[in-house]
Write a protein that binds this ligand. Structure first.
Ligand SMILES: Cc1cc2nc3c(=O)[nH]c(=O)nc-3n(C[C@H](O)[C@H](O)[C@H](O)COP(=O)(O)OP(=O)(O)OC[C@H]3O[C@@H](n4cnc5c(N)ncnc54)[C@H](O)[C@@H]3O)c2cc1C
Length: 245
């Protein structure tokens, strides 16, 4: 059984997976298609990219970061989520997908804008506005069902990539908090930052010396130079209702 299955590998789901996987939770991302961000032509309001970034490249790099953190991926659309034992939600949840075998998980993060039909058997509290359904959550993405969370646009967060990513991270932290992971903050700090004050390095934190810091910086620069060396072949996905030649 997985610790957490994240339904949707878009902006929010990927951010959540980076946090849960780095905290040591066995994390599976199930994605059934494409992030809505793949329709963007130039992502220019995501902090950290002064002249913007190709949204598809941003998604590729974020997927790579999630894999590096230890998250695993499965392609497929989740079609149904239900408790393994109606009387004991701690027994976890079973997820059916349109392709593979059913999956079992202790916790579910629904980050699947704009589909939440698979949550109907769980009665999490869906809100309909126009043709869209949103999932009702508390501040940290917890739904009415213990162990089930919603993140990003599906949780009625504003329709911006940085907000969806930030919310995904916050929901990932709620999952970590609700699990038995030993965790303080996900911080990497210079050697001595804690130990120099006679403190233990808190769980989830890491102290690294200057050689290691330079090595990590070198690796990060090499990867980014390589990643941005060439333009991508992929083009934005057009809205399905627009007729094209
Ligand atoms: C044309 C366009 C341009 C945009 N431009 C910008 C911009 O310039 N700046 C900005 O900040 N934001 C922009 N956005 C908004 C931004 O893309 C979204 O706010 C953000 O992607 C929402 O993140 P999310 O993770 O909630 O959803 P998504 O990123 O869409 O991720 C949801 C994922 O869930 C998957 N999924 C859905 N149902 C299932 C299921 N049943 N099983 C498994 N997987 C499932 C989908 O395939 C998708 O990968 C734009 C959006 C559009 C449409």
């Amino acid at each position: 059984m997985r610790d957490v299955c994240i339904v949707g590998g878009g902006t929010a789901g990927l951010a959540a997976s980076i946090f849960t996987a780095r905290a040591g939770l066995d994390t599976l991302v199930i994605d059934g298609g494409e992030s809505i961000l793949a329709r963007n032509a130039s992502l220019e309001n995501y902090p950290g990219f002064p002249d913007g970034v190709d949204a598809r490249r941003y998604l590729q790099l974020t997927r790579e970061q999630a894999r590096n953190a230890g998250a695993e991926f499965e392609l497929g659309r989740v079609t149904r989520a239900e408790p393994i034992d109606e009387d004991d939600l701690e027994a976890g949840f079973a997820l059916e997908t349109d392709g593979g075998e059913p999956l079992e998980t202790r916790r579910v993060i629904a980050a699947s804008w704009s589909d939440s039909d698979y949550l109907v058997p769980l009665d999490v509290g869906r809100i309909q506005r126009g043709s869209k359904h949103f999932v009702d959550t508390d501040d940290a993405g917890r739904t009415a069902v213990d162990g089930v969370y919603a993140a990003g646009r599906l949780a009625d967060e504003p329709h911006q990539a940085i907000v969806a990513a930030g919310h995904g991270a916050k929901v990932g932290l709620a999952v970590i908090h609700d699990s038995d992971a030993n965790f303080y903050h996900d911080w990497v700090v210079p050697e001595g930052y804690f130990t120099g004050r006679g403190r233990e390095v808190p769980p989830g934190c890491e102290e690294i010396d200057d050689d290691e810091r330079r090595a990590r910086d070198g690796q990060a620069r090499t990867r980014m130079l390589e990643a941005f060396a060439e333009p991508l072949d992929e083009v934005p996905t057009m809205h399905p209702s627009v007729e094209q030649d």
